[in-house]
Design a protein around this ligand. Structure first.
Ligand code: I3P
Length: 147
């Protein structure tokens, strides 16, 4: 299930559309086929927290976009993950955001095009590390069903 894991610098810059003060921290990042989990602590700490049922911050990649974000930081090798939102009314129907989108499509209603307003920047000073991550996340997104 896990496609890639490792340490990266992470900054969450917006939450639900609200701009956050940028705060870079080292994060243990775990990419699986449709989500990214961000652990605040080391891998070892994360593993022991998992046993106690502590959940990390995680983002569903369905409908997500990833792009280089040179202008968003003075650091090199920064990219951004933007997430698509699911309106709360639809969240009750199913927990699968991809399914929400196809339901919306079939009924000819308004498509969910707004981004959730959760924005993350990921960064590493080491070129090959960030390139590997960029492509791994992009591939995971591209494999998910499209609206
Ligand atoms: C921020 C901090 C960040 C920096 C950010 C600053 O200051 O220096 O590291 O982002 O720049 O505002 P503070 O700690 O006082 O909040 P980068 O390292 O990514 O450049 P920004 O405001 O241009 O995003």
């Amino acid at each position: 299930m896990v496609e890639k894991e490792g340490y990266l610098q992470k900054a969450k810059i917006a939450d639900g559309g609200k701009k956050l003060r940028k705060n870079w921290t080292t994060s243990w990042i775990v990419l699986s086929s449709r989500k990214i989990e961000f652990y605040k602590e080391s891998k070892q700490q994360a593993l022991s927290n998992m046993k106690t049922g502590n959940k990390p911050e995680s983002v569903d990649l369905c409908g997500a976009h990833i792009e280089w974000a040179k202008e968003k930081s003075s650091r090199k090798n920064v990219f951004q993950v933007l997430l698509q939102s699911v309106p709360p009314t639809l969240q009750q129907a199913t927990t699968d955001p991809c399914l929400h989108q196809s339901l919306l499509d079939t009924h000819g209603q308004v498509l969910i095009t707004t981004l959730s307003g959760n924005e993350f920047l990921l960064q590493s000073d080491i070129d090959f590390i960030i390139l590997d991550w960029f492509h791994a996340i992009k591939n995971a997104i591209d494999r998910l069903p499209k609206d």
